[in-house]
Design a protein around this ligand. Sequence first.
Ligand code: XUL
Ligand code: CO
Length: 442
Amino acid sequence: MAEIFKDIPKIVYEGSDRSNELSFKFYDENRMLMGKSMKEHLPFAMAWWHNLSATGADMFGVGTADKRFGCEQAATMEHAYSKVDAGFEFMSKLGIEFYCFHDADLVPEGRDISETNDRLDEISDYIKSKAEQTGIRCLWGTANLFTNPRFMNGAGSSNSADVYCFAAAQIKKALDLTIKLGGNGYVFWGGREGYETLLNTDMKFEIENIAELMQMSVEYARKQGFEGKFFIEPKPKEPMKHQYDFDAATAIGFLRQFNLDKDFMLNIEANHATLAGHTFQHDLRFAAMNGLLGSVDANQGDLLLGWDTDEFPFNVYETTMCMYELLQIGGLRPYGGLNFDAKNRRPSYTYEDMFHAFILGMDSFALGLINAVKLIEDGRIEKFIKDRYSSFYEGIGSKIRTKTTTLEQLSDHAISLGNPTLPDSGKQEYLESIVNSIMFGG
Ligand code: XUL
Ligand code: CO
């Protein structure tokens, strides 16, 4: 098998040495922080769809990047093989241990399900042999239940029972593949699970059907010996106007309503959180405080645009706060990881750009990790937050926390105070200065 990325060397940590631009400036996989190596803290994954399939096509123009990786014709089995070769060479050169895939990313769809499944069996044998040579394995798998026209009204939310069964068939196969490829996670991103207008939609009916599909999927996977986690990946809109898994809070409510919260966790994507009007950190925290932060789609959006731009992470404030959240839950393993659900900008169309994108993303997260460790070791922010609630540690406050008081007693307390003083200052600007001084020195 010929080398595909011929001009690209193995990417290694070279720190501030500028002589080799194709190197990590901050990601030093062996550097130890809080008792773990950077590599253990940062279980990076490559998204098969963006990195190996997306060519930069948008609704105004065809792709700019050639992702045939040396084969003649795109969308053939030959192409499927060359994508596997490219993917494993790419991940090996970057020192990435995991990948994520949709069924449809791996092979072109056949004339019917049986033909597609035969193709998936064939390619997954090849992927498995590559995994055995390299140690690179699946982080999570999923089924593409949104591209084929039959899924115009969603999959679990479709009005057609036959379409619902097609979705079930794809999920079943994608679960088999995930298990075969050693994945410990399975994602449900609600592709078109949502609606455009209530004039043609029974929302309750659709949500119940989605839950039932998930329940059947869990049952099937457990029967096959799958011990991993299922993830819901919330997103508020796009492609549908209303997506049912709007944000972490909505998805958690759904999981609890249908008793799915033992088998499921959340996969939080930065750009989806910001589309929902939250910060990335908000959705991470909301999932974490409910014990349901399972995995992360590591990208960033453009706050000036109202859609999912899936950019490689560059904003180190964001990666810092993400790693701050992850360190506090002890990281994402053994189920999840940091999946670069991100794509090069359309004018960045060369092989070298693919590597620069990952170097950027991996270095941004390494910086985030370094900063988050400093924030935790510094301790001022944690202490400030703890002290801010000190009125609840004794007296009437502690009675509220221990549920040993009543509304009448609280009212009496308020009356006895006469005119209470203001709460202490929130000191936001002071705290932001601490973050800056930790990040940039000073
Ligand atoms: C779409 C998205 C998906 C999921 C997997 O916005 O994020 O790529 O991550 O289906
Ligand atoms: Co995603």
